[in-house]
Design a binder for this molecule. Structure first.
Ligand SMILES: [Zn+2]
Ligand SMILES: [Zn+2]
Length: 931
């Protein structure tokens, strides 16, 4: 349509749109500018703390056309969460040229369309400081266009390690504060050269308003340092915008680094969200050295290769796996090693992923990494890329920190001078048959993750209500402090939940400090203060301390949410389930993990729970002190796995053989039996039985291997049996993780102890998967049939429905002890049998839990770290499917403790709502604006 003067006079309208979601740092304003200009619409677009506002004036037909195309042709990285449309906007003083940031090319009518200056609020209420409710864009790997330029010798950014555009590059890791504009990022230190500035200000350029825009003339640069000799050859480290002629060019630097790696050296390479420790993945001596220096004996190491072709030499690449590897986030993808790789790199794989049949693979995540592979003369270059942090401490981000804390590990440092404002470790994902992806760690490329607190009722409305109008409509901001292991924190502003990157385990003081720092910086970034703080129920530990401190500081309530409720609630949020309707439709959930402090004070980790939220929240949320147990949280405990004693308490979670003995002891000595004999006699009797055979089988190997009596020894076994016999330091746990340990110990797995959480269970799964894969080389098809009758028992124990695994364990023990230790095939089948039986038992348990429920509610949430076990997950989802039960699994948040913060946050809202409703009923309060 031609925008003639007549048209405009006849049916000109003015619209105002407010777009929320991931709309900043994704080329959104340039895209709107281009579309409006093409449709000859006048107006302006600007960023603010809620998102982006677009004001348009033009013929109505053109405006409708704009809206249609706007919705269907969003930039690839953009995600629209909601769109307010006001079709009768009065737009006073719309087009003041003083606010014009981008030239309009003079092509769109009299007034043109402009990109206006960013304002901190939506512009309706200039005195009102709004919390930020927009989604922060994660960092992404270079896009295809940038890579093409990067590889073109005639391009001015040929081999430039920091090439980026509006569609790719760093974002979150650079942001000091919102809104996302260059002065608010660490790119503020670099002045754009005239050429870069021209790109930045030209609406038709693909780098129009690309905030990290840079080139070799004006942008960040790289250099190499030898360990202990900072900036060799130069007196000082190059400062931002230093002349780049004095230092070697990028190609020379990278070639030098490659030469070091070829010699087996270990490099610390500064990347997007922190440092990596890097060595040649095909050099077993180098890998062994890295493990020794980093004091990381067996936790798997990730490998980076140039592309999926090279990756296929190491791991099985399905179509789904290829898609995951090539995601803009460039995550670590856990994939199954190929037989060919095992034959070729047996020693290396034993060092990269000891005892496992998977390997974490990733593709280059930044142009700097691409340059390593571009300049290598070996196309099959494979590099170990592990987090640059000494022994479980926070990831190192600054050059100075690296020189100090990585000096004992790295021989050489690849530095750059683009400061990392926010630390972000690599993300870890794996394939999942059901949803395509299972998230293990939220980090670079995904973090900060944004989720919706409530499922959207309608994402679009003609009834225009600006959020900043000062209406009393407000969702309380809740800050959730997450779990002890794999900590992350979560904060909501309005309906949006922002989840921090993975922080780490809180057994290290530096990680605790990092949690406190992340809290402050996240509140600062989102420009808000919390209305409530949530922590775990555990009465001790850093999370509790910090929670109390923050509640005091902000004068707000501290809410406790039990660990396993948080697990189940987190999956419900991930899957956009409506928690407010739980009273009509309770939600059944299975939480299988290593440890969570139970609502009754017991150690728990194998729970079947029903979230009911029946509004009986008697808990006084204004008090930090618990006044009861159970129902006040709005759930029913359906049942648990049969409990096992943990001889030595925490020690039992590091030494699986203790759990094996605990289970053997429980098999031999049912709880009803009273102890009448002398302890020594009992010991002997037990050792004559299973435990004796267990000792015979494993002690000799272990002692021979370690040369000392630490870990598993005849003496140690006797000591533990004594503890069990006298019930000394043997707290009980229902933990599924400890059941996995007990079974793994039976097979002689991790006899010398686990060096990372879940190691024994992961090795047991690998052993079982051997059996699956030997039958079906193309991968697990789930067609493993049950040959044995059920060996588990469902029983009622004090109104609790208990899944008793002891008969299964006893059966397994007998078979394992009858098998020669080197008969891997049979051992592997037995390991598979355990997984199969466990899955069937869990399925029957869930079925019981759903009995009497309507057919439209036949679903169950699967949560907890044990659900990361892909074999168990597949067997369980298949079994459930056969019973017409739909398993609910998360896709965006980790199913492990990394998702706890989200679940805590969601459940705290549930409790606040419940409390509010009660208040409302009691006092006929007017709080009906809160939803
Ligand atoms: Zn790009
Ligand atoms: Zn430049």
């Amino acid at each position: 349509m031609d925008a003639t003067a007549a048209d405009r006079n006849d049916c000109t309208a003015s619209w105002r749109l407010i777009a929320r979601g991931r709309v900043q740092g994704v080329g959104f304003r340039p895209y709107v500018h281009q579309l409006a200009t093409e449709l000859k619409l006048a107006g302006r677009v600007w960023n603010h703390g809620e998102g982006v506002t677009i004001e348009l004036t033009g013929p109505e037909a053109q405006l409708e056309c704009f809206l249609g195309r706007f919705r269907s042709e969003l930039p690839p990285l953009a995600a629209l969460n909601s769109l307010d449309i006001n079709r009768q906007a009065s737009l006073p003083a719309l087009f003041e040229s003083s606010h014009n940031m981008g030239s309009d090319d003079g092509q769109c009518g009299d007034t043109g369309f402009v990109i206006a200056e960013t304002v901190m609020n939506a512009g309706y209420n200039p005195n009102h400081q709004q919390p930020m409710s927009l989604d922060i864009t994660p960092d992404t790997a270079p896009c295809a266009d940038c890579l093409a330029e990067f590889r073109d010798p005639n391009n001015r950014r040929y081999h430039y390690p920091f090439i980026n555009c509006t569609q790719c590059g760093p974002r979150y890791t650079l942001i000091e504060q919102l809104p996302y504009d260059r002065p608010n990022t660490s790119m503020a230190a670099f002045d754009l050269c005239s050429e870069c500035d021209r790109e930045y200000t030209s609406p038709k350029d693909r780098r129009f308003h690309a905030q990290p825009n840079a080139c070799v003339q004006c942008g960040p640069m790289i250099w190499l340092e030898q360990s202990g000799q900072p900036a060799a050859g130069t007196l000082a480290v190059p400062s931002p915008a230093a002349s780049c002629e004095a230092t070697p060019d990028s190609d020379t630097v990278i070639r030098e680094l490659l030469a070091c790696l070829k010699q087996g050296q270990i490099a610390a390479v500064r990347g997007v969200g922190g440092f990596h420790l890097v060595c040649d993945a095909r050099n077993s001596a180098a890998i062994a050295r890295l493990r020794q220096r980093k004091r990381r004996p067996s936790k798997p190491l990730a490998v980076m290769v140039a592309d999926t072709d090279v990756a296929s030499g190491w791991v099985r690449i399905s179509r789904n796996a290829k898609a995951l590897l090539e995601l803009p986030a460039a995550p670590i993808v856990l994939l199954t090693q190929t037989g060919q790789a095992r034959a070729m790199f047996e020693n290396e794989l034993d060092l990269l992923a000891p005892g496992l049949d998977t390997l974490g693979m990733m593709l280059p995540q930044s142009p700097l990494h691409h340059l390593l592979f571009e300049l290598s003369d070996d196309r099959h270059l494979a590099l170990v890329m592990t987090s640059g942090n000494p022994g479980g401490e926070p990831l190192v981000t600054s050059n100075e920190q690296a020189r100090q804390s990585l000096a004992d590990i790295a021989d050489v440092f690849l530095m750059h001078n683009r400061e990392i404002v926010r630390r972000n470790d690599d993300s870890v994902v794996s394939e999942s048959a059901k949803s395509g992806v299972m998230m293990h760690r939220v980090g670079r490329g995904f973090a900060p993750l944004a989720l919706e607190l409530e499922p959207e009722q309608s994402s679009e409305s003609d009834d225009f209500i600006p959020l900043s109008s000062g209406a009393d409509f407000r969702v309380p901001s809740v800050l959730a402090l997450g779990s002890y292991l794999k900590n992350s924190i979560a904060l909501n502003t309005g309906e949006r939940i922002c989840i921090s990157p993975h922080i780490g385990d809180l057994d290290h003081p530096d990680n605790c400090a990092l949690v406190a720092e992340t809290v402050d910086r996240l509140l600062d970034l989102m420009n808000t203060t919390p209305d409530a703080i949530v922590c775990d129920l555990h009465p001790e530990g850093f999370g509790r301390q910090l929670g109390e401190r923050l509640a005091e500081r902000f004068q707000v309530p501290l809410i406790e949410v039990p660990h396993h409720i948080a697990h189940i609630a987190s999956v419900a949020v991930d899957q956009c389930m409506d928690l407010s309707s739980l009273s009509e439709q309770p939600l059944l959930g299975l939480a299988l993990d290593g440890f969570g402090f139970g609502w009754d004070g017991e150690a728990r980790g194998g729970e079947l729970l029903r979230l009911t939220a029946t509004g009986n929240s008697r808990r006084d949320i204004n008090s930090a002190v618990s006044d009861g147990m159970g129902a006040e949280w709005g759930f029913e405990a359906v049942g648990s796995l049969s409990a096992l004693p943990q001889p030595g308490a925490d020690k039992a979670s590091r030494e699986p053989w203790r759990m094996t003995l605990a289970a053997l002891f429980a098999v031999q000595k049912p709880e009803s039996t009273t102890v009448t004999q002398q302890p020594e006699e009992n010991d002997r009797q037990l050792l004559d039985g299973f435990a004796d055979r267990f000792a015979d089988r494993l002690v000799s190997d272990s002692v021979a291997a370690s040369g000392e009596s630490q870990g598993l020894s005849e003496y140690g076994i006797r000591a533990v049996l004594n503890m069990l016999e006298h019930d000394v330091n043997c707290p009980k746990t229902t933990s599924a993780g400890r059941w996995f340990d007990a079974v793994a110990g039976l097979f002689g797995i991790c006899t010398d102890g686990q060096t990372y959480e879940g190691e024994a269970a992961m090795r047991l799964e690998a052993l079982a998967r051997c059996s699956v894969f030997s039958r079906n080389e193309r991968g697990f098809s789930g067609e493993v049939t049950v040959e044995e009758p059920p060996l588990w028992v469902l029983q009622t124990n004090q109104s609790s429905l208990e899944l008793n695994l002891l008969p299964l364990f006893s059966h397994l023990a007998e078979r394992v002890f009858d098998t020669a230790p080197d008969d891997t095939t049979r051992l592997s089948r037995l390991a598979l049998m355990f997984h199969r039986q466990l899955a069937d038992g869990l399925c029957a348990w869930v079925q019981q839990g759903l009995q009497g429920r309507s057919d439209n509610n036949r679903k169950v949430v699967l949560s907890g770290g044990c659900i990361q076990n892909s074999l168990l997950r597949q067997l369980l989802t298949d079994a459930l499917g056969q019973q017409g039960i739909a398993p609910v699994l998360p896709e965006r948040i980790p199913v492990n403790d990394g998702g706890i913060s989200v679940g805590q946050l969601a459940w705290a809202h549930q409790m606040l709502r419940s409390n509010r409703d009660n208040n409302h009923n009691n006092h006929n309060n007017h709080n009906n604006n809160l939803k």
